[in-house]
Design a protein around this ligand. Sequence first.
Ligand SMILES: *Cc1c(COP(=O)(O)O)cnc(C)c1O
Length: 216
Amino acid sequence: MSQLQQLRQICEAYGAQLVAVSKTKSIEQIMPLYKEGQRIFGENRVQELIEKVPAMPSDIDWHLIGHLQTNKVKQVLPLVSTIHAVDSIKLLREIEEQAAKLNKSIKVLLQMHIAQEETKFGLSMLELTELLDVFQQGKFSFVQIIGVMGMATNTDNQDQVRKEFKHLKDVFTYIKNGYFIHQPSFKEISMGMSGDYQIALEEGSTMIRVGSLLFE
Ligand SMILES: *Cc1c(COP(=O)(O)O)cnc(C)c1O
């Protein structure tokens, strides 16, 4: 069985979705995954999305998984269904504004800072509550917040990684209960990559973002 089929089976067992991360890979490398049935693909760079989307079949569900700059929102929106790494009110507002112009509803996840490393993007708890308060009071008709996303520390220490994923799950539950209790669409926890997807699934991930493992 191919690596893709194995991962898809594991995801199915956990009721999770597989986002196949195709960043840095060529169309020739990605197409075999499509032919095996994969339809959700993730990219982390706007330029790569712009090049790949028109070159690939049109029934692919593209997700932007990486950090997004406000000035790139306009280019990205027509290409994707889902943005995984929203980490500021400014970005959320720009997505709403551009989505309104396109009359397109767009799914977003809030990226939380869960790792020990300083370098990773993501909201603190304080920034998160500020953002959610703005969201509740504002007129957001096109942006749909469907969940949270996080990246664990890049370490061999599995206990550390598990602790961080547990924390993200707790944050998800906190947001769900406080803000989206009556919204079934708020249900996603995007966590887990090639090195830590198994732990992520055990801790409640609903979307794993796996790249390198699929292209070995
Ligand atoms: C590259 C990337 C992934 C996938 O990482 P792999 O280790 O190649 O599986 C997942 N999420 C984000 C945000 C990425 O940039």
